[in-house]
Design a protein around this ligand. Sequence first.
Ligand SMILES: [Zn+2]
Length: 313
Amino acid sequence: MATSSFTKKTLGIDAPEPAVTPPPVNHNTTFAKKPRLRSKSKKKEIPEGLWTKCPKCSTMVFDKELDENLKVCPSCQHHFPIGSRERIHSLVETCTFEEMNADMTSVDVLNFTGVASYTDKLEEYQRSTGLKDAIVTGIGKIGDHRIGLGVMDFSFLGGSMGSVVGEKLARLIERATEKALPLIIISTSGGARMYEGMFSLMQMAKTCAALAYHAKARLPYISVLTYPTMAGVMASYASVGDLILSEPGAMIGFAGPRVIKDTTQAELPPGFQTAEFLLDHGLIDAIINRREMKERLTEYLHYLTNGQKNAAA
Ligand SMILES: [Zn+2]
């Protein structure tokens, strides 16, 4: 098919010419070159779910390597969030963990409705996380020591403390007291669960009262703080351990920095809500890398129990 000047003009091959001028003899009127359609530049796509970028040092870490490293960046030791099940698996001896009150779920006492109803929220999180609430509790063995262990999970509604978290903890602490077992609680939480209003605040007193009986029986309690441990949780059971340990870089505090600044009208020191700052100021006894946590907990348990094992319990 002959290409008319009109077609050429439309395709932008040639300069516009008057319709009467015949095309030059040697001019190549065929499509010697394919018109280039500007396609989107192809990026080398990295399949999702294989690599994770470290937010601290920007290294791309292979997910399998990250899992094997207990979710700690191999380059800069940044501690990624870790689920309660994985954490329990990393701490207790194989097949020694007996979970308690696994099916306990919250009730929407207040018929709370915000953006979504509390019942819908609960169902949504139970489906997406496979957890019933923000804590897993039970009796297990670390090294030679039988212990009561409670591990919070931030992925369930921000690790918020509602009546289930409080009740499961209280029952765990009471069981530990009854069986004369040391207690370890690993916290991660944004604070009390607003959907339960006053009921969530009552958990602060309940858990601390149970801990007081545990302490009265002269049994050790180790509190481990992880990123983040804030508000009602920090203001109750998380801060009353015989030993208070933390993971590196954990954010720890009561209210957020903006609220404190607005209330006190004072300049806040940099990094004042980090584990490192609180270690310097005496609130925390030690900062321990997650990969050494089991070993160090075993040592502390040995020290605190005077070498006695709780194998009989
Ligand atoms: Zn890193």
